[in-house]
Design a protein around this ligand. Sequence first.
Ligand code: ATP
Ligand code: MG
Length: 401
Amino acid sequence: MKEVILCKYGELILKGGNRSEFEAKMIKQLKQRARRVGNFSVFYSQSTVYIEPLDEESYEKIDEMTYQAKHVFGFSGVTRAFACKKDINEILEVVKTYLPERLNGYKTFKAEAKRSDKKFPMSSPEIAGEVGGAVLESVPKIKVDLYNPEIVVRVEIREKEAYVHAGQEKGAGGIPYATSGKGLLLLSGGIDSPVAGYMMAKRGVEIEAVHFESFPYTSERAKEKVLELAKLITNYTMRMRVHVVSLTKIQELLRDNCEEEYFTLLLRRYMMAISLRIAHQNNCEAIITGESLGQVASQTMKAIHVTNSMSDIPIYRPLIGMDKDEIITISRKIGTFETSVLPYEDCCTVFTPRHPKTRPELDKVIEEQNRLDFESLCNEAYETKEIIVVKAFGENKYEGK
Ligand code: ATP
Ligand code: MG
């Protein structure tokens, strides 16, 4: 007997012509991770990808490999299964030996069998019947419930072997990473933007990020926090380039020259203009932000229009219709919440206006903007850019300007 990981396709099943391209990408991503964890074989058969440990040491790392597989977009389920010979006695032996531990604490179950090898001498209902009997024999107090079972025990008779498993854990879902083009995520140290990045990555968008700092008003520690958030997102994306741009000079000039109530809106226009330049330089086809309608003064319809109207590429705001508690639920799920709530300052919270405009008129904002030389300040800020490559495995790499 050996234990393997079965990764089942999600939405990919719906894909037509380009399905094989998607599959190749997912398998490549699994193999990249597997190489980092140990010695595993990764292969595809019948809408399932199999991951098998090839030696004892890798077998010990099957938990870690399962964790990795659960972070690859495109798989709806990731299941640990026991593999054995296609022989009913062996199958029942596996059920009796290994399943009781997995079924511990469950009150009801249902046994199912799937037979893709039609040469197997028993029908699926016959196999399910035998397996159900073996479970009842070996797990005290558990009962059969065909309509609403707490857990499903499955036997799959496939090409090479038979697989026995109980319960299916969720995979990362979505569609394979980096199959939908590239987007530039505006990444702050808050709760929302990491979630926004994750959500677009889940829809296949390759993520590059830009972070704006305002040293010394924002600290080195605040920047490290953002890089830590980026690192947490690379659990899903494997790596991410993060551009860090300084807004210090712009913020000081805004403070000294512009009407306070327009301060945040103007800052956001600078951020947008610089982000667009980075996006164009790096083949990003969209901007991604963590904005949520009405959450703060700069996220009313009119305020969003003030930055939206600058862009010649789409701006994706996957959180636009979500409540904060819904966003927090996702942030906890992907593991960014604890880092996001660390109390470090963000450049948006430096010199915040006491009474920000919530219904700004674009003409008036542009009038305020024209008090300074917008273009040359954007150029200057762009020149402060440094790029850090954040990786899921290994140290960050400083890539330079
Ligand atoms: P978050 O929780 O993501 O920080 P927020 O609720 O604090 O969002 P804002 O500060 O208004 O909202 O920012 C809205 C969006 O603008 C953020 O989700 C993010 O995409 C972008 N943003 C804000 N500050 C920065 C920054 N310092 N660097 C890069 N992007 C930023
Ligand atoms: Mg913020």
